[in-house]
Design a protein around this ligand. Structure first.
Ligand code: NAD
Length: 492
């Protein structure tokens, strides 16, 4: 632990934007303070980019796109750069992990083994994929040929949240750059550090300047300027449903750019009495809701458990919860770290109060935790006797709070599972294959898990239905977001 604290004190924070291959302060000279949720200390000042900085970044991205040094490179050449980019991320793994933990509070062991590892793997995977994709010739008439080719859309704007800053950025960077686009990325104002380092690392890997730009700043300033920019061809957004709605509006009202949204969730985890392994179900339910301090879009925050096994389930869950007591994120043994900031901690505590006031029964946690070093921490919280109409069952809390609902009829559990505006992820646990398939089909969610919760792989698409978004990140399907199909008719 001392080793990480020493490294943290030695770390030099560069808060400047990254535009056209250079670190620059905002044109206006405006800055904002970056505070670490780990202990509340000031990490440094960040460039507060506004419309003028976004204009400069988009102009750099456009120039890089037009000069074709990246867009027209052979896919195998883009592949080499992206693989080198991924390798360099792993080489700088300690630094990236430290920046991620200091910026948003997650445990250092996860920053390193999950966030850096998965983000680098994502960049590598898209690099490796891009020279294995063929264009098509359509089955048209005898004396003509129609080529159907994929082209990069041009300048992509990406706006990402703070809960997995590096990974959410990588899910945009990988496919957008592999396909030959230029990119302007706006990280969350709460966690801008790793995106800025990734842009520097990309240049070190051989990416031409201007292809990948990063504009730190606030949503209503840099974010809005990017989403409504007339020279941005496509916006890829990950964040809350509320902001996603605004993004779609801005895209429509500016140049009708393509807009892809990956939004919030309130995922249901349905555990039937014939669940094949109750210990595994408890472990997945608890591990998945408290992982990343509950700040995961697909966290299974509503647990529907069949009445006959509820007491056994709760007893096992309560035995497991103390392991998730929040601790110093720079301690390698910590598995639950800090909430991203004071405002988010207050939001989570507000939901806990709403749960209590609404009549739910608090079985564990329910309070903010003060570590000697300061920072923002919330105890892992479990509510029983939750009704699906309560705010804690309907709204995304984005904190370590699990709501338990009980059912006797699985069809009724499915009906309630679907009765929120969200549709990101869900799960069902049963030994009955027919029931598993029927329930999976009936659940309105982009991802359904059967007898597990935490499987994840870059090869599969991830995204939501209903108000959880309209796009898919990851997998080859993500190329659909960042490429245009072009038809070329040739007379022969
Ligand atoms: P948020 O919507 O507040 O912010 C997301 C990003 O949008 C930030 O960079 C922010 O600065 C920017 N932004 C805010 N207002 C804006 C505006 N008016 N115009 C343009 N940009 C604006 O979300 P958050 O609190 O950072 O992240 C948490 C949310 O993200 C949760 O709802 C979570 O479920 C969701 N999320 C979804 C996925 C997914 O893949 N579906 C993944 C991770 C997080």
């Amino acid at each position: 632990m001392a080793q990480w604290h020493e490294r943290a004190s030695a770390l030099k924070i560069d808060g400047r934007a990254f535009i056209g291959g250079h670190r620059v302060w905002a044109n206006s000279g405006q800055q904002f303070e970056n505070v670490s949720p780990v202990d509340g200390r000031k990490l440094g000042m960040m460039a507060r980019c506004d419309g003028a900085d976004v204009d400069a970044a988009v102009a750099a991205a456009r120039a890089a796109f037009e000069d074709r040094r990246w867009a027209r490179k052979a896919p195998a050449a883009r592949k080499r750069v992206l693989i080198r980019f991924a390798e360099l991320m792993l080489k700088h793994s300690d630094e990236l992990a430290l920046l991620e933990t200091l910026d948003m509070g997650k445990p250092i062991k996860y920053s390193q083994n999950v966030d850096v590892a998965l983000a680098a793997n994502c960049i590598r995977w898209y690099g490796e994929a891009i020279d294995k994709i063929y264009d098509q010739i359509a089955p048209t008439g005898e004396d003509s040929l129609a080529l159907v080719t994929r082209e990069p859309v041009g300048v992509v704007g990406a706006i990402v949240p703070w809960n997995y800053p590096m990974l959410m950025a990588a899910w945009k960077i990988g496919p957008a750059l592999a396909a030959g686009n230029s990119l302007v990325l706006k990280p969350s104002e709460k966690s801008p550090l790793t995106a800025l380092r990734m842009a520097e690392i990309a240049i070190e890997a051989g990416l031409p300047p201007g292809v990948f730009n990063v504009v730190p700043g606030f949503g209503h300033e840099a974010g809005a300027a990017l989403a409504s920019h007339m020279d941005v061809d496509c916006i890829g957004f990950t964040g809350s449903t509320r902001t996603g709605r605004a993004i779609l509006r801005m895209a429509a009202e500016s140049n009708m750019k393509r807009a892809w949204t990956e939004l919030g969730g309130k995922s249901a985890n349905i555990v039937c009495a014939d669940c094949p392994d109750l210990d595994a179900a408890v472990s997945a339910a608890i591990g998945s809701i408290y992982f990343n301090q509950g700040e995961s879009c697909n966290a299974p925050s509503r647990l529907f458990v069949e009445a006959s096994i509820k007491d056994a389930f709760i007893e096992k869950a309560l035995a497991m919860i103390p392991r998730y007591a929040p601790g110093d994120p720079l301690d390698e043994d910590t598995i639950m770290g800090a909430i991203v900031d004071d405002a988010q901690m207050k939001t989570v505590m507000g939901y806990i109060e709403a749960g209590k006031a609404g009549g739910a029964k608090l079985l564990a946690g329910g309070e903010a935790v003060r570590l000697d070093s300061g920072g923002y921490y919330v105890a892992p919280t479990l509510f029983d006797q939750v009704d699906n109409s309560m705010r804690i069952a309907q709204e995304e809390i984005f904190g370590p709070v699990l709501s338990v609902l009980t059912f006797t009829d699985v069809n009724e559990a499915v009906r309630q599972a679907n009765a929120t505006p969200y549709g990101l992820a869900a799960a069902v646990w049963t030994s009955d294959i027919s029931k598993a398939i029927k329930v999976s089909r009936a659940l309105r969610a982009g991802t359904v898990h059967v007898n597990q919760y935490d499987n994840d792989d870059i090869t599969v698409p991830f995204g939501g239905v209903k108000q959880s978004g309209n796009g898919r990140d990851k997998s080859l399907h993500a190329f659909d977001k960042y490429t245009e199909l072009k038809t070329t008719w040739i007379q022969i």
